[in-house]
Design a protein around this ligand. Structure first.
Ligand SMILES: Nc1ncnc2c1ncn2[C@@H]1O[C@H](COP(=O)(O)OP(=O)(O)O)[C@@H](O)[C@H]1O
Ligand SMILES: [Mg+2]
Length: 326
């Protein structure tokens, strides 16, 4: 398989992008991220971020994710990419299939995004080696909640909200990575014999697993029921992301080395820590919002993304007042 490399030129109609810098790739889960430029019209286009599936004829995770994202765009932007751009969502500016530069028969799937220089929330945490400022986090998450509300209104669930899927531009946040979203156009879909909607098959990030999708924990191998994942499960993930962004720790103390079984038990039985225990500068009002979002029972959480956003707005006003008092 020919891989996109730095310097590779991608053509689509009048556009010609030269891929400039490989941004990193996480095994087979990751598409290739590049910063590229439109070489014909540099001034107008500037840098962009690319996700590339090098061979669509092969049924790989990157092919699946290209297909799923294409459908997501159909569900979210009714008039395709040209029309209205919803706020708080990092949707590709272009999405096309083209032939690879060497083997003309192989189709590449290309997604072009606005390039977010700062990357995702967890990239910032890692670079600065300390958690994000709370007021900045609140603003970022208010945008993300707005994007999520937009999705929920259209019967779409994100299912993988976490710090590495929240892109940042100064104080604005954008929800990204719709590879495992669930919505009207993927319901019941199977691609190449792979059902995307099998409720027994866990989809998401293991250390973010939410309690409601684990209906039985008595057996050695607990069952998963993805059908129980609903809007409130996305809100659980917002709460989790908030906690991690401002503390750099997991609210249930889940570690990378924990088995899935242990992660599930913690999701079901472990009470979340308070962020103020880790960082005393965090006000109790922030912990109140997080604890509510992390309730084991979805009925006790914020019921909509808009409700979550409103609570964040209240917190932001409080933080601003405190700053003025100082
Ligand atoms: N538009 C972008 N601008 C800058 N960095 C990005 C952009 N999109 C993604 N990234 C970086 O690449 C990482 C992986 O992207 P993501 O879309 O989440 O794909 P994956 O399916 O591999 O998780 C992000 O966590 C972020 O660090
Ligand atoms: Mg991701």
């Amino acid at each position: 398989m020919y891989e996109a490399k730095e310097g590779t030129v991608i053509r689509h109609g009048n556009l010609q992008y030269q891929l400039a810098k490989k941004m990193g790739c996480e095994g087979h889960f990751c598409f290739y991220g590049f910063v590229g430029e439109d070489v014909q019209d540099r001034k107008q286009r500037g840098p962009a971020f690319f996700k590339i599936s090098p061979d669509l004829s092969e049924l790989s995770l990157s092919t699946l994710s290209f297909e799923v994202e294409k459908r997501f765009i159909g569900d979210i932007c009714l008039s395709g990419l040209a029309g209205f751009r919803p706020p708080g969502l990092a949707i590709p500016t272009e999405m096309f299939e083209t032939t690879g530069p060497r083997d003309e028969k192989k189709h590449w799937g290309v997604r072009v995004f606005h390039y977010f220089q700062e990357g995702a929330v967890d990239d910032i945490n890692e670079r600065q080696e300390k958690p994000l400022d709370i007021a900045r986090t609140v603003k970022i998450l208010m945008d993300v909640s707005q994007g999520l509300a937009f999705m929920h209104e259209r019967d779409c669930l994100h299912r993988d909200i976490k710090p590495s899927n929240i892109l940042v531009d100064r104080e604005s946040g954008y929800l990204a990575d719709f590879d495992i979203y669930h919505g009207p156009s993927v319901r019941g879909l199977s691609i190449g014999g792979v059902s995307l909607d099998d409720p027994k098959y866990f989809r998401g990030t293991k250390d973010f697993i939410c309690p409601e999708i684990i209906p039985s924990h008595s057996a050695i191998f607990p069952k998963i029921d993805m059908q129980r994942f609903d809007m409130r499960s996305d809100i659980y993930h917002l709460g989790m992301s908030f906690f991690i962004a401002i503390t750099d720790e997991h609210p249930l103390g889940v570690g990378d080395d924990d088995s899935l079984y242990l992660q599930m038990r913690k999701a079901l039985f472990q009470e979340p820590r308070k962020a103020a225990e880790i960082n005393p500068a965090i006000p109790p009002e922030a912990d109140k919002i997080i604890q509510k979002a992390l309730e084991k029972d979805p009925d006790k959480r914020q019921q909509t993304a808009e409700e979550f956003r409103q609570e964040l707005y209240g917190l932001l006003l409080l933080l601003m007042n405190k700053r003025e008092e100082r």
